[in-house]
Design a protein around this ligand. Structure first.
Ligand code: INI
Length: 156
């Protein structure tokens, strides 16, 4: 039996992070978590991390697709926060972000990690951005590194 599993340390990886400015207060904590995980756990060099800011989560799929298609990055991480409000706007923005990023993920050969919070309240978002429910940015970063290594192992 042959088992392929990805490790996390990926010292030579080049990683792009696409991040939304909307809900910046939360997103900077996701970025902090992602950056810390990439560098401290993944051993990724600071110079090999590129951060691209976009207006909101709705713009993330396009940015992720362009980044993935450059061929310059081994993985792309999408970070953002969509918080439910009083209207249906949440559904459209969260839906487009998740299905758009998912579509890029299966239509490119570059691993894409989904670090977009979709929450009912600002409190839930804070909990997932480095407080009691962990940091989804860090989780997305570790997922990206594991996938880089898994795909590399599958192909060799
Ligand atoms: N963008 C977000 O990233 N999070 C949100 O919660 C949000 N809400 O609720 O409106 C949001 N809206 C902006 C959207 O992503 C686009 O930037 C905008 O519609 C322009 O295309």
């Amino acid at each position: 039996m042959k088992i392929i599993e990805g490790v996390i340390a990926t010292p030579d990886a080049r990683v792009a992070i696409a991040i939304a400015r909307f809900n910046n207060f939360i997103n900077v904590s996701l970025l902090q978590g992602a950056s810390d995980a990439l560098k401290r756990i993944g051993q990724v060099a600071d110079d090999n991390i590129t951060v691209v800011w976009v207006p909101g989560a709705y713009e993330l799929p396009f940015a992720v697709r362009v980044l993935a298609n450059t061929g310059k990055y081994d993985a792309v991480i999408a970070l953002g926060t969509v918080i439910r409000g009083g209207t249906a706007h949440f559904e459209y923005v969260a839906g487009e972000a998740s299905s758009g990023i998912g579509s890029v993920a299966v239509n490119t050969e570059v691993p894409v990690a989904f670090g977009v919070l979709t929450t009912e309240s600002i409190e839930q978002a804070i909990e997932r951005a480095g407080t009691k429910a962990g940091n989804k940015g860090a989780e997305a970063a570790l997922t990206a590194l594991e996938m880089i290594n898994v795909i590399k192992a599958i192909k060799t």
